[in-house]
Design a protein around this ligand. Structure first.
Ligand code: ASP
Length: 333
């Protein structure tokens, strides 16, 4: 029997037949983008102190993620590291400081995706889990599943030894007052485009050319309990593959119906769109359906877009040149 001994030429021919996803990514200049939600907010309505607090929180998230990328860490670790401090900050609608459901609870959604392997993890409607993004990552890495919700997800968090916090940890007076305001307006649960702002997200490109994305939220103020938005729906609020990573924020129901994050990457890979063109195309599609919001988009060459159809989006970018944050339209980045 003749043994098949591959020559270098055959190996090269076999490598050429491998799908792009299986080929090692090229070296890249690392980039990290973050957002802290998009919504109706005018510069004139924001005090200097509030602005400084948000900017400091965005910088802290950028620093945490950038430290990972700078030391040669993975895009996956960078997006995780960037999200955790924003979940712990009471300023954002994720983890601590999440909005309340119509019946006065905090129900948290999060997801994460590794572009290089196309592995993904998501959790929906979880309570008491301090960092839902860490739970989404455990779902991805320590379970055979992609998406866990409700009690089963909380039980999995306990099994995994993740930190739980009492309800009081998540409660902030500001979010509680937003719920009271919604109650006074009547008609609960309210429309999804009211009373949110503050979902957090991150996308990163690491030195090995790998992309990742993650998003975390408390959802929408006075939502019906059990409601899941776009954030934990892979392809809607979060997507990463070998050429593109996206994290979204906005009217979740519309982002689901547009398969927003995946649609942006498909426009780039199939249609040759730039990140900016793909982002504005999908945001327009969502606007036509009746929704508003924003996205952060990054490709494998480090080209990016931080786009929104609202008046503002908390956002930031880190690369070798430095760290920048912005809130309103017309500001860099
Ligand atoms: N997209 C989130 C949701 O619908 C909310 C937001 O991003 O502001 O749950």
């Amino acid at each position: 029997m003749t043994k098949f001994l591959p020559t270098l030429a055959t190996l090269a021919a076999l490598a050429a037949l491998m799908p792009a996803a299986a080929q090692p990514a090229a070296a890249a200049e690392p980039v990290l983008l973050i957002h802290g939600g998009a919504g109706t907010l005018r510069a004139a309505d924001m005090s200097a102190d509030d602005r400084a607090a948000y900017e400091a929180a965005l910088h802290a998230a950028l620093e945490a993620g950038w430290r990972v990328l700078e030391s040669g860490g993975s895009a996956l670790d960078a997006v995780t590291a960037a999200i955790v401090p924003m979940e712990d900050s009471p300023l954002f609608n994720a983890g601590r400081g999440a909005v309340f459901t119509a019946d006065g609870r905090n129900e948290l959604d999060a997801s994460i995706m590794d572009g290089a392997t196309r592995q993904a993890g998501a959790v929906g409607a979880v309570r008491w889990v301090r960092n839902p993004v860490l739970l989404a990552r455990r779902v991805m890495e320590a379970s055979p599943h992609v998406f866990l919700a409700g009690e089963g997800a909380i039980e999995f968090a306990i099994d995994q030894g993740l930190e739980l916090k009492p309800s009081s940890w998540f409660r902030t007076e500001r979010r509680w007052q937003q719920l009271q305001h919604a109650i006074l307006q009547g008609a609960l649960p309210i429309e999804p485009d009211q009373g949110r702002f503050g979902t957090v997200g991150a996308v990163a490109l690491d030195a090995g050319g790998r992309l990742a994305a993650a998003t975390s939220t408390g959802g929408t103020t006075a939502k019906r309990w059990g409601r899941l938005g776009d954030v934990p729906v892979i392809g809607a609020g979060t997507w990463a593959d070998t050429g593109c990573a996206v994290s979204a924020t906005g009217d979740g129901e519309y982002f689901i119906r547009a398969a927003a994050a995946h649609a942006i990457c498909a426009r780039m890979s199939l249609g040759g769109d730039t990140p900016a063109a793909a982002a504005s195309g999908v945001l327009e599609e969502i606007r036509a359906l009746g929704g508003l919001g924003g996205v952060i988009v990054l490709d494998g060459a480090g080209r990016y877009s931080l786009s929104f159809s609202t008046e503002g989006m908390y956002r930031g970018r880190a690369d070798a040149a430095g760290r920048e944050v912005a809130i309103f339209a017309g500001e860099e980045p």
